[in-house]
Unconditional design. Structure first.
Length: 216
């Protein structure tokens, strides 16, 4: 599987934005990748919240997600309250959802670890969402860091960061990322064969993202 660094480099090469820093692995060291299902949270009582709906936040996203999807949650209210929790993690795991990315706090991290369910988030908290935040929309546009994310986009997350790619750009982004990964694999083989790192990481490497050359 490609990593977030190769995909971020590919977006740079294509003149696109999509990398988000500061979202940490909290419950698993496993890399995740898949199609996005979005969920937007707001302060309880905000006009854009869904009218005091009885459904708990995140449950609609779980039910709408397909196997292998990644649920991406915007919780940018500034309120210290969890945008995701333990029962949601178990429900998502049972539906074979790949993992969660939350721009905000989450809780019940130990439970997610027990389920081996990957969560990437800004922070952890013990504070419940109840009475503090509510779901405004599922499947609509959201913002994670400075990136606008839509349902149906693609995401990869690992220890280095989280990278989003619009669905319209996924094929060319993957092609570019695979070319970069091949080049770096060749560099690693050269290092192991005894070539000096100063030769390997020279001018060609510095200009790699501006080159149209592919690498075998």
């Amino acid at each position: 599987m490609l990593d977030s660094c190769a995909l971020s480099d590919a977006l740079d090469k294509l003149g696109l934005s999509g990398a988000v820093s500061g979202l940490r692995q909290l419950s698993s060291t496993r890399r995740i990748a898949g199609r996005v299902m979005t969920c937007k949270l707001v302060a309880s009582g905000a006009a854009s919240a869904s009218g005091g709906a009885s459904r708990h936040l995140g449950t609609t996203a779980i039910e709408r997600s397909a196997v292998g999807d990644v649920i991406v949650v915007e919780q940018r209210t500034g309120i210290d309250a969890a945008g995701w929790g333990g029962i949601l993690s178990l429900a998502a795991k049972l539906r074979s959802i790949a993992g969660i990315v939350c721009d905000g706090p989450v809780r019940d991290v130990d439970e997610a670890r027990e389920h081996d369910f990957p969560i990437y988030a800004r922070s952890a908290t013990a504070r419940t969402a109840r009475g503090r935040i509510a779901e405004a929309a599922t499947g609509g546009p959201i913002h994670i860091g400075e990136i606008e994310v839509r349902a149906g986009d693609y995401v990869i997350a690992d220890a280095s960061g989280v990278v989003f790619v619009p669905s319209s750009d996924i094929e060319r982004a993957l092609d570019a990322a695979e070319a970069i990964a091949r080049r770096e694999s060749a560099m690693a083989r050269a290092l192991k064969a005894g070539k000096a790192v100063t030769q390997i990481m020279g001018t060609d490497y510095e200009h790699m993202l501006h080159s149209k050359k592919d690498y075998a």
